[in-house]
Design a protein around this ligand. Structure first.
Ligand SMILES: C[S@@+](CC[C@H](N)C(=O)[O-])C[C@H]1O[C@@H](n2cnc3c(N)ncnc32)[C@H](O)[C@@H]1O
Length: 183
């Protein structure tokens, strides 16, 4: 099995509804950043509030991490393919992650990981290289994404270094400690 550590990972969030999904989409972005993805594309609808929340977190706690919104999902897929990347679609209807993980690692390619909000366009199932389930039970896209990234990055999220952070959390047995970092 190839080491997947160099693969770039972007998340494509499809079906985002401004206001109604803003909190969950923010959690998709925060989870992606914390667990080793390089960025999120929020498809089809611009949401400058979510973008600015995520940029603020990245400025304070470090990056790099990119966020953009409003790009049509078909353009995001077309551009990803043009750069030679592969596509994973997370869906309860897909093949189980444990059975396909080695194949995804061995592809040794940058990954676009698609997660939905409401019902997904049927075409997504056809354009994905892999339709992958994290159990065949319905669950939250945030939870499914977290488990996918944890498995794909082989549980190395605690080792990830963030650059250009202004602050960092100091692990503490009790209470909250934040350290200012030199710039
Ligand atoms: C809350 S679900 C809603 C799905 C929608 N009701 C449908 O039938 O397509 C939102 C997203 O979570 C992800 N998801 C939900 N359960 C999953 C599972 N068991 N494995 C992988 N992804 C899952 C999928 O990306 C899905 O589009």
């Amino acid at each position: 099995m190839n080491s997947p550590t160099l693969a770039r990972i972007f998340i494509l969030r499809i079906g985002h509804r401004v206001f109604r999904d803003s909190r969950v989409t923010t959690h998709v972005c925060l989870t992606a950043r914390a667990l080793g993805a390089d960025g999120v594309i929020i498809a089809d609808r611009e949401d400058k509030v979510v973008e600015s929340t995520i940029r603020d977190v990245t400025n304070r706690f470090g990056g790099p991490f990119e966020v953009e919104s409003g790009k049509p999902w078909k353009h995001a897929v077309r551009d990803w393919r043009a750069m030679g990347g592969r596509i994973v679609h997370l869906t309860a209807y897909g093949l189980p992650l444990p059975k396909k993980l080695s194949e995804i690692h061995d592809a040794d390619a940058d990954l676009l990981v698609i997660v939905g909000s409401e019902k997904m366009p049927g075409e997504i199932f056809k354009i994905a290289d892999w339709n992958i389930s994290v159990t065949n039970q319905p669950m939250s896209e945030v939870a499914a994404l977290a488990i996918f990234l944890d498995w794909f990055r082989q549980h190395r999220e605690f080792d990830r270094e963030f650059s250009k952070a202004q602050v960092q959390i100091v692990p503490s047995k009790s209470g909250k400690e934040i350290q200012q970092l030199p710039r």
